[in-house]
Design a protein around this ligand. Structure first.
Ligand code: BES
Ligand code: ZN
Length: 752
């Protein structure tokens, strides 16, 4: 366990031995009870955020004990930031009592030579060395972001759903916070923050922080007489984040945003054209399962179906279910609390639907979860991504991985909790299908990396100076999940089975493992960070003397590449049916007589299947064809698309002149992009000609890497020219992280 980071300039150590920068001495840490105070001005005309960050640093025991009389210099991470000035003020002790003369301050700084990935270390000399543990120094840095910063994406109005106003959002995970503001950019650090954000009038900022009414709330600012902004008037908004978070969770979004309340502690924020559909999609984020929630019922009734093309749940459907609430009004947030056996500490769980270029499914910047618009599909099938982000409230936010090599602690535990939540809310079948699909995704990742690849280790090996984004894959999620399920199986043994049968309706889990996780792993680390070795030590200190402890091959689980050493797969009925159907299609494709779709294939094969099951069928079919080493015949792809209705309507093929393109990506297909992209990848491999323009068109409409990366790769394999052309026209609208990954996937040089 580690309080804050061990070191000042953090990421140098969070990629630890792989860092090209020696870390000579653990210096200072952002303390979990110290604050980072921000003043930010968002200038859309100049496309920069100008700001001041007042950062309180605190000497750790190691820092105080460092040779040479304590700590004389503070280090902060920056990357592509313009540093205008920096100063350090007098130190005080933990109680705020000055330990040096109040006038002591200094104002000079230097920036190290930039490293292409890690950026520049900002060095600020302290007026007086910090000698005692707990002594603090306040560093104030004035800075401006630059066009090369990787955390910020500035969108023109055309890149938004409403097409009228510009938009800005940040994405700091893994090591991009340093290009947004100077900070100790390691998940090992924890900080509370407050912020004042000035934006052009008419736009609304949201942060990973609560509205701070006492701190000034929302107020009008003076006219900008320099005329730099598009709008003359500005508004200032105040935020505060009282719960310590790791800097990668710092987040800001500014745009034309509306709000819909789902419950007293959950609201949806989105562009006006998307907000009602989003509110309907996520109505189940909070509320008691089976209880009658008038608040949610009211939201449901006031929902107008806004997406004519994607056929969301309609008002008539909801009315037909009265007087009982629609079944989806169940309990994600409540289930997170019940399954984690912990109260939710982040005060609110709002959802912010970003424009289409947001590169991830979701980002856990609580109290504001950032999500991709591809979750708004109209059938609730992507709501588990929201469940996932809510589960990060415990694993990732309450307890963070200490370094990016320990990322599996965030994701493996989150997926484990997510499946418990899905089981509670949507039933055993849905949870088992999710686990089966996760295992298939892990197999596919290991196959495509290669069994010996260092990124297939649970604790990956990153090359010196590498960007942790480059190692991003399903491995930490699904191999992590397998490991935790394996440990759970050892601890709970027979009891695990009993817990399942019990059905879990009483809010109390019988799982000894789940209780251990809450009480012995999470509790002592709330507000702190953990390494893989911390986890292992905690587990062994509780269970080391139990018979099963000697069975665990930690070395292989944690540090060997390839698939997990022990299979933990649980049977899934829905998954089994989907796999059987996939086998039927695959065998028919290989049948000398048929060489195409199964003779009796019919729409009824998948009638009533939830979107997740259809996705699983398509994934299983792709996996089978990969094993055989032959794609589907084009005739199979054509028949499959048509019979099962997964090829997308005419909209998927349409030119990109739709007014509301965020809303139409994946339209007409149950499960939206999740199903459509899977199908298009199969169809492209099969050489089904219409898949080429359909994929090229869809790639102009989505920016979530989960879809863009495989689809660009599949398009490139089918028609390299079409992929290059699609990338050239989509590139400006893609998030820089996504553009970089796709460029590298396609073997194209990065653009600067
Ligand atoms: N915080 C992650 C997304 C992330 C990971 C951002 C690494 C930057 C670097 C988020 O919690 C996540 O895991 N999202 C998944 C959701 C899925 C597993 C349900 C995603 O975006 O695909
Ligand atoms: Zn996650």
């Amino acid at each position: 366990m580690r309080e804050g980071g061990e070191s000042g300039s953090s990421e140098w150590h969070s990629i630890r031995s792989h860092s090209p920068h020696p870390q000579p001495q653990p210096l200072l840490s952002l303390s979990h009870f110290k604050n980072q105070s921000l003043d930010l001005d968002v200038d859309f005309a100049a496309r920069v955020v100008r700001g001041t960050a007042a950062i309180t640093l605190r000497a750790t025991a190691a820092g105080a004990a460092s040779p040479g009389g304590g700590v004389a210099e503070a280090w902060l991470d920056t990357s592509n930031l313009e540093v205008l000035s920096a100063s350090a003020a007098a130190a005080s002790d933990d109680k705020g009592k000055a330990t040096s003369s109040p006038s002591s301050s200094s104002s000079s700084f230097s920036l190290d030579e930039p490293h292409p990935v890690l950026g520049s270390r900002l060095r600020v000399p302290l007026p007086k060395p910090l000698i005692l543990e707990g002594e603090t120094a306040k560093i104030t840095v004035s800075f401006s972001t630059t066009a090369r910063g990787t955390a910020l994406q500035w969108l023109t109005p055309e890149m938004t759903s409403g097409k009228k106003e510009p938009f800005l959002f940040t994405q700091c995970q893994a090591i991009h916070a340093r290009s947004f503001l100077p900070c100790q950019d390691t998940p090992g650090a924890k900080v509370t923050y407050d912020a004042r954000v000035t934006v052009p009038e008419g736009l609304t900022p949201r942060m990973s922080a609560l509205d701070d009414v006492e701190g000034g709330g929302e107020r009008e600012e003076a006219v900008d007489d320099e005329g730099r902004n598009q709008k003359k008037k500005k508004k200032r908004f105040s935020f505060k984040q009282p719960v310590p978070l790791s800097p990668y969770l710092l987040a800001l979004a500014v745009g034309d945003l509306s709000r819909r309340d789902l419950s007293p502690r959950c609201a949806v924020w989105a562009e006006p054209s998307v907000v009602d559909a989003a509110a309907a999609e996520f109505a189940e984020i909070e509320g008691e399962k089976g209880s009658f929630d008038f608040f949610l019922l009211f939201s449901w009734l006031s929902f107008r179906p806004p997406l004519s093309t994607s056929e969301p749940r309609s008002l008539s459907l909801s009315l037909s279910l009265l007087p009982f609430p629609p079944p989806s009004f169940s309990a994600f947030l409540a289930a997170v609390e019940q399954e984690s056996m912990r109260p939710f500490r982040w005060h609110r769980a709002d959802l912010l639907v970003l424009p289409k270029s947001f590169p991830y499914g979701g980002m856990k910047s609580l109290p504001t979860i950032f999500i991709t618009p591809t979750l708004v599909v109209g059938d609730g099938s992507q709501a588990s991504v929201v469940a996932h982000e809510l589960c990060h409230s415990v694993f990732g936010n309450d307890v963070s991985c200490a370094t990016w090599s320990d990322f599996w602690l965030n994701e493996g535990f989150t997926v484990w909790l997510e499946r418990r939540v899905v089981r509670r809310v949507r039933g055993e079948g849905a949870a088992a299908l999710s686990a089966a699909s996760g295992l298939a995704a892990l197999k596919e990742s290991v196959r495509s990396f290669g069994e010996e690849h260092p990124f297939t280790r649970l604790v990956p090996l990153l090359p010196a100076g590498a960007d942790p984004d480059d190692a991003f894959s399903k491995v930490p999620y699904e191999k992590g999940y397998c490991f935790i399920k394996y440990l759970e199986g050892l601890v709970d043994g027979e009891k695990g089975e009993k817990e399942k049968k019990k059905g879990n309706d009483d809010g109390e889990s019988e799982s000894e493992f789940a209780r251990w996780v809450s009480e012995r792993y999470v509790s002592p680390r709330v507000g702190l960070s953990a390494t893989t070795e911390d986890f292992k030590a905690a587990f062994l200190s509780s269970f080391g003397d139990r018979g099963f402890a000697s069975e665990i091959d930690w070395e292989v689980w944690l540090y060997s590449p390839g698939m997990p050493p022990v299979e933990v797969a649980a049977p899934s009925e829905l998954g089994g049916a989907a796999e059987a159907l996939a086998r039927k299609w695959s065998e028919a494709a290989d049948d000398e007589k048929l060489k195409g779709p199964p003779a009796d294939a019919a729409a009824s094969d998948v009638a009533g299947w939830p979107a997740q099951q259809v996705t699983f069928f398509l994934e299983a079919l792709a996996e089978l064809r990969a094993e055989v080493g032959k794609p589907l015949p084009a005739s199979s792809a054509a028949a499959l698309g048509e019979l099962y209705g997964v090829e997308g309507g005419p909209k998927a093929n349409a030119d990109d002149d739709d007014k509301d393109d965020d809303a139409t990506a994946g339209a007409g297909v149950v499960g939206g992009c999740e199903v459509l992209v899977e199908y298009l990848c199969l169809a492209l491999a099969a050489g089904h000609p219409p898949a080429v323009p359909a994929a090229a068109a869809l790639l102009q409409k989505v920016g979530r890497m989960k879809y863009t990366r495989p689809l660009f790769r599949a398009l490139a394999a089918a028609d390299a020219g079409a992929a290059r052309e699609a990338f050239a026209s989509a590139r400006a609208g893609l998030h820089p992280i996504c553009a970089k990954m796709v460029a590298s996937d396609l073997g194209l040089a990065e653009e600067h």
